[in-house]
Design a protein around this ligand. Structure first.
Ligand SMILES: [Zn+2]
Length: 396
């Protein structure tokens, strides 16, 4: 027992160090020919791990590179992500490449944002929108019949791969993939958040995924096609999004779509908070005061975010709503400028940028993030007391 465990640990670290070495050599390569060979070998190794549902060596290699070589880290992460979100299936004896797509929505509501099973008619309609507006002629598409929150999406590379395979098989059969909602996590409730529809496209190996990639088609046909797709999808999803305001973003490969949606959610969350204060309490943006600053571990910048406290300008100490604006790898200074710009864009003219770093503090009772007020204290966001309409008062 002991021997085999030690043996497998040793093999694991040998695996990880092979990935690390190859990723370093790839990041140093100056030619496409050298790149491609390293990429091919890395893809083979990673696909072997994913087929065995074993993420450990990949995660260990990424951990090691994160601290030592950003370029090699990016190269390896790119390859691992693209391996996880793609697979190959056979249709009538011909190999087809499958890619997992995510279609993100940004949504906000005074009530709970939905995570729900999509009705068969909605799934069918979405499938037609994908085929009609986006996909190349010889492709097949399958949609998962669930509207996911970010917490419900697979995280580990091998879990992403498993879903890609399930949706790929569904695409072969031209059927929807049924998702059991009981097997998914309960999402964390937020005023504004992302929701996702997942789909897989299968295309004959080497062929186009999208119609604007077909020979003789203007590549810029993509722009109009996406606009039409997003508009149609918004009306198809309307019944699932009752009580929400939402925006449909462009679909993309799984990991890229998630990253894009995380970025777009930042400004959207601020817009949502301001719209909510107007709707629920009739506070106009011009009568609000914002205070913001960087929150994070005092050592280093890991997990750092900007938090924005919103208060009535006449009562600046009482934060009535807060917005979290994650850095997502951006420079702090640039992010603070972006926040200031976004505040102006939503009509808030009174703001204080705190220059010192706040510790990442949360409420002990409900886990809500604490927000800065104009005086630079970190406080709990509380709905205004003099308001007649008082939704969602914290219970503690
Ligand atoms: Zn609390």
């Amino acid at each position: 027992m002991r021997r085999s465990r030690a043996g497998s640990r040793a093999r694991q670290s040998a695996d990880a160090s092979t990935l690390v070495k190859m990723a370093r050599r790839l990041s140093e390569s100056g030619s496409r020919i050298e790149d491609q060979l390293w990429q091919r070998r890395l893809i083979e190794l990673i696909n072997e791990r994913l087929a065995r549902r074993n993420d450990d060596a990949i995660d260990a290699a990424l951990d090691e590179l994160a601290g030592s070589s950003q370029r090699a880290y990016d190269d390896l992460a790119d390859i691992a992500e693209s391996c996880a979100e793609s697979t190959v299936v056979d249709i009538d004896g011909r190999p087809h490449e499958v890619v997992l797509l995510a279609l993100p929505l940004l949504a906000w509501s005074r009530y709970r944002l939905p995570t729900t099973t999509l009705a068969a008619s909605v799934v069918e309609n979405l499938t037609s929108q994908f085929s009609g507006h986006l996909l190349a002629r010889d492709t097949r598409v399958a949609i998962a019949d669930h509207l996911y929150s970010i917490d419900q999406l697979p995280e580990a590379f091998s879990d992403v791969r498993r879903l890609t395979e399930q949706l790929g098989d569904a695409a072969v059969e031209r059927v929807a993939l049924h998702v059991d909602p009981k097997k998914l996590r309960e999402p964390i409730a937020m005023l504004a958040d992302t929701r996702y529809v997942l789909a897989a496209i299968a295309t004959p190996a080497g062929g186009p995924l999208f119609h604007w990639q077909e020979l003789g088609v203007d590549p810029d046909a993509k722009i109009g096609a996406l606009a039409a797709f997003r508009e149609q999808v918004a009306s198809v999803l309307q019944p699932a999004m009752t009580g929400c305001r939402f925006r449909v973003l462009s679909p993309n490969a799984f990991h890229a779509a998630l990253r894009m949606a995380d970025r777009d959610l930042r400004e959207f969350s601020l817009e949502a908070a301001v719209a909510y204060l107007k709707l629920a309490y009739d506070f106009s943006p011009g009568g609000l005061a914002a205070a913001y600053g960087v929150f994070g571990d005092p050592e280093g910048s890991a997990g750092a975010e900007v938090r924005v406290g919103l208060a009535k300008a006449s009562d600046e100490d009482e934060v009535v709503e807060g917005v979290v604006w994650p850095l997502l790898g951006d420079e702090e200074e640039q992010t603070l400028e972006d926040v200031e710009k976004a505040l102006r864009a939503v009509g808030i003219v009174k703001s204080v940028a705190h220059t010192h770093r706040f510790p990442l503090e949360f409420c002990d009772d409900c886990g809500a993030p604490l927000f800065p007020n104009s005086a630079g204290h970190v406080v709990h966001a509380e709905p205004p007391e003099d308001s007649e309409d008082r939704p969602a008062t914290p219970l503690h």
